[in-house]
Design a protein around this ligand. Structure first.
Ligand code: AMP
Ligand code: MG
Length: 340
């Protein structure tokens, strides 16, 4: 029997709606970008996407807590920005026919409350969702890759993962194949993808590449040198005999890309000893890669522990690759860590 059928469907509809919302913003050139207290950028798309996704979850799974990246404090202080987000949320909710299934955000006040429903502290709970409404905001702002990511975590295990990538080519080998792909996975049931504009039941199963010789592999990493150590990652690639240049892209599109075999390895070694990775940056991608036949661990080989609150406190770094190559990659990672 298939598990989490309803959760997966609702998550896909909600992510699709949020992806449409991000397209309105990219089309308008008005990103409404402001700086958060940690100096990272946030746009009207981040707030709007969080509102429509949590609105959908609250309509169907009213009891479920959500660990989401954004909160409404900036919007409550800035009337202009709030109105911009509200207009966007209303517009996006009318671009689909999902109102009977996932409702729509009824008022500005509800929109703010939905955004703040994402402030759950996480931890060891029966059920919670992890949401990154626009992962890779910097990529979104530069017209590059970004991803709308939603995952259901049950008893600290990711059981449903959905990633919408509006700027990813449907077929990476064909520039004319169109952009916009949605990925989904349920634990134990494989990973799937389909073009964003296609119906849910058209999704096809995806799998990691079958490369076993790391010298033939390619690896991907963040665009931002401040998010992972490009220097150490280049050294690891050298040890593995990788000759292809790294593929740099923002967001969990990296997990999605290796899950469908576009690349082989995703490396994320910390640049800061104190930074704690956020659960919403890894929950969906972690499941997608596992279900596509890969392994995701931290840089010491430990599984990611989603029971520690809003961050992956017990983990450092990310090493994702196929079952055949991941142990070899981890070995190279240990060598580079010992040298540093
Ligand atoms: P990426 O697109 O791979 O560069 O990852 C984007 C994510 O990096 C954002 O969603 C942030 O949560 C996260 N981030 C911000 N600062 C850091 C940091 N110092 N180290 C690692 N990740 C970070
Ligand atoms: Mg993010």
């Amino acid at each position: 029997m298939q598990r989490y059928v309803r959760e997966r469907r609702i998550a896909e509809l909600a992510v699709e709606r949020a992806c449409k919302l991000t397209s309105i913003v990219s089309g308008s050139q008005q990103t409404g970008s402001v700086s958060k207290s940690d100096h990272s950028p946030v746009t009207v798309a981040d707030f709007g996407a969080q509102a429509v996704i949590i609105g959908a979850l609250q309509t169907v799974f009213a009891e479920d807590p959500v660990v989401g990246e954004e909160d409404s404090s900036i919007l409550r202080k800035d009337d202009g920005l709030r109105e911009q987000v509200w207009k966007l949320v209303r517009e996006a909710s009318h671009l689909d026919t999902y109102q009977t299934e996932i409702g729509q955000v009824e008022s500005e006040e509800k929109m703010l409350n939905y955004i703040d429903w994402g402030q759950f502290e996480g931890g060891k709970v029966k059920r919670m969702w992890a949401l990154d409404p626009v992962d890779g905001t910097k990529g979104f702002l530069r017209g590059g890759q970004f991803a709308v990511c939603l995952a259901l975590i049950v008893d600290s295990q990711v059981v449903v993962g959905v990633i919408g990538c509006p700027n990813l080519l449907v077929d990476p080998a064909d520039e004319s194949s169109g952009k916009g792909v949605i990925f989904s996975a349920v634990a134990g049931e494989g990973a799937f993808s389909r073009p964003l504009a296609s119906p849910i039941d058209s999704a096809v199963q995806i799998s990691m590449s079958s490369v076993t010789d790391t010298t033939a592999a390619s690896f991907c990493e963040s665009v931002e040198a401040g998010h992972s150590s490009h220097g150490q990652q280049a050294e690891i690639a050298r040890l593995l005999g990788i000759t292809k240049p790294s593929v740099r892209m923002d967001s969990q599109a990296k997990y999605a890309s290796i899950a469908r075999g576009d690349g082989d390895i995703y490396l994320r070694l910390p640049v800061s000893a104190t930074y704690e990775e956020k659960i919403w940056d890894h929950a969906s991608g972690n499941l997608l890669v596992a279900e596509a036949g890969g392994i995701v661990t931290d840089m010491y080989g430990n599984p990611l522990d989603f029971s520690q609150g809003r961050t992956l406190k017990k983990n450092k770094g990310i090493v994702a690759a196929s079952k055949a190559t991941q142990p070899k990659v981890l070995e190279a990672v240990q060598k580079v860590l010992q040298e540093s």
